[in-house]
Write a protein that binds this ligand. Structure first.
Ligand code: FAD
Length: 480
């Protein structure tokens, strides 16, 4: 039989469960990708993320082409149009089965169920595999069978219950016999299913590429594997270096993981191989990095166990009553990196220039927005999603709710980051600040964290001590 692989956030040929299942089960295989830009916009996915995704898709098409697996592209508007289109595609291509890797946010799950139902009407089965996470969300349970709400016990249970699993990557498909597949098809009455992948889709602006790079990032699976290999040499030092934004001490694999140009299994496998199979008790750097992969796992498991997280709701319902400010001007200054607090501004410019921000700084700027400016975390979550090249609903929402103290296992509301102390501690000589804020280049190592009144750089938008006190009071009032 012929098989169809429906690619989504799994744009790679190595270690792709759905693709692997399809080539095992079917003598001839094609792939399809369906863009839904209106829904993507509704999810706040921005130009950077979408441009990176399309660039990864182009590389995927070449890699599949080398193996005689054609990749079709279809642009619709919204997820709700997918079920009918999918049924038509599967019928017209005369496939016996469809294969995909599961996705977990609520709208994606609803879309997938509707697709399953539409395909059932035409008697074509669809199989969803676990691929985006190391283990299926829901697989790690407390003794009483519930989902974990707190990270540390989740991590312990994950290692206990799933640590022994074999995460060896699956091979890429071998070259197939050539088989006739049409070069285009009419779906919904238009000649719109093609084998060409556009630079951009409706409502999105193309992000210019420079030397094959997008905001400095080389898209695609090959670049992802190269980066993973390079990071292998560095992972031992991860724990010591990961908090300093001026050092390239983290893997920078997040854009690839989120487009699916790399799998989390490939990451875990590399680290476990270097750690003699151990999740902990090996090299401190590797233990620590594996712990971060478990954070990723934790946040995805949470959105499945608590779908209200996907509906703009705080995990802790009582925090709905925080008197969030709606100071749009202050919000805009934060977005643009013009708060007058150098570490915050440098971080926001890093985001704007590269589509990525160092994890330590994501925590600093999120705390600054939600505590010092007392602006609704959902504004920040949305802006991040719109700018990030590695935007992932579960991790972004998890990170924001952590920083805003609205999440499960979040930072306690009375522990507010002081951006100046963070700055001195993690960018002691101001190297990172000077890189993104050249206007502060001439200041001394001391002054660069908190500049004296000067031309060309704004005074601080707020007094961090006073605003910290007010935020703590606002949260404490919730308990009364
Ligand atoms: P490394 O330090 O090398 O870690 C390896 C991988 O582990 C990462 O690629 C990522 O997949 C995972 N990981 C690491 N830290 C976390 C974490 N705290 N939570 C979940 N997974 C983690 N990560 C995203 O992938 N997408 C987002 O949209 C996102 N938004 C965030 C928003 C806020 C407010 C905060 C505080 C964190 C956010 N993170 C997000 C988590 C983290 O900042 C990034 O995963 C990390 O900075 C990516 O860089 P890296 O690949 O070099 O990470």
């Amino acid at each position: 039989a012929r098989g169809l692989v429906w690619f989504r956030t799994d744009l790679r040929i190595h270690d792709n469960t759905a693709l692997h299942r399809a080539v095992q089960a079917c003598h001839s295989v094609a792939g399809v990708f369906i863009a839904c830009p209106e829904t993507w916009q509704g999810h706040d996915e921005g130009d950077n993320l979408v441009a990176f995704r399309l660039a990864c898709l182009r590389e995927l098409q070449d890699a599949l082409g080398d193996r005689n697996i054609p990749l079709y592209f279809l642009e619709l508007k919204r997820f709700d149009q997918v079920p009918e289109a999918m049924a038509q595609i599967a019928q017209k291509l005369e496939v016996g089965a469809v294969f995909a890797n599961a996705e977990y946010p609520v709208n994606e799950q609803e879309r997938d169920q509707a697709v399953r139902a539409a395909l059932k009407e035409v008697d074509i089965p669809i199989e969803f595999s676990t691929d985006r996470t190391l283990v299926s969300p829901g697989a790690v349970k407390t003794n009483s069978g519930d989902a974990y709400k707190v990270f540390t016990p989740f991590k312990r249970a994950f290692i206990e219950q799933c640590g022994g699993t074999d995460f060896s990557p699956l091979p890429a498909p071998r070259k197939r016999e050539t088989e006739e597949w049409p070069s285009w098809l009419q779906v919904k009455g238009e000649e719109n299913l093609r084998q060409t992948i556009p630079d951009t889709v409706d409502g999105y602006s193309a992000v210019p590429m420079e030397n094959g790079r997008l905001l400095g990032w080389q898209p695609g699976e090959k670049a992802a594997l190269k980066r993973l290999k390079a990071f292998e040499e560095q992972v031992d030092a991860y724990e010591d270096e990961r908090d300093f934004p001026a050092i390239d001490g983290t893997s920078k694999l997040s854009p690839y993981l989120n487009a699916g140009a790399l799998s989390v299994r490939q990451c875990a496998h590399m680290a476990l191989e270097c750690n003699r199979g151990r999740w902990k008790g090996g090299s401190e750097g590797i233990d620590c990095w594996l712990g971060e992969l478990i954070w990723r796992e934790f946040y995805t498991h949470l959105i499945v166990a608590y779908p209200r997280i996907c509906k703009h709701k705080p995990f802790k319902p009582e925090t709905e009553a925080v008197p969030w400010s709606s100071d749009e001007l202050a919000f805009r200054r934060w977005c643009k990196g013009k708060t007058g607090v150098p570490i915050v501004d440098a971080a926001m410019r890093q985001l704007e220039k590269t589509g990525w921000m160092h994890n330590r700084l994501r925590m600093v700027v999120a705390s600054f927005l939600t505590k010092n400016l007392l602006i609704d975390w959902r504004w920040g979550e949305r802006y991040f999603m719109n700018q990030l090249i590695d935007g992932d609903f579960a991790s972004n929402n998890g990170g924001w709710q952590w920083a805003a103290s609205t999440g499960t296992d979040a930072v306690p509301y009375f522990r507010v980051f002081n951006p100046y102390s963070q700055s001195k501690k993690f960018d002691r000589h101001g190297e990172f600040i000077r890189h993104y804020l050249p206007e502060l280049k001439k200041l001394s190592d001391d002054e660069v964290h908190c500049p004296p009144p000067m031309e060309g750089y704004p005074p601080p938008i707020c007094d961090v001590k006073e605003t910290r006190k007010k935020a703590i009071e606002a949260f404490a009032d919730l308990k009364k």
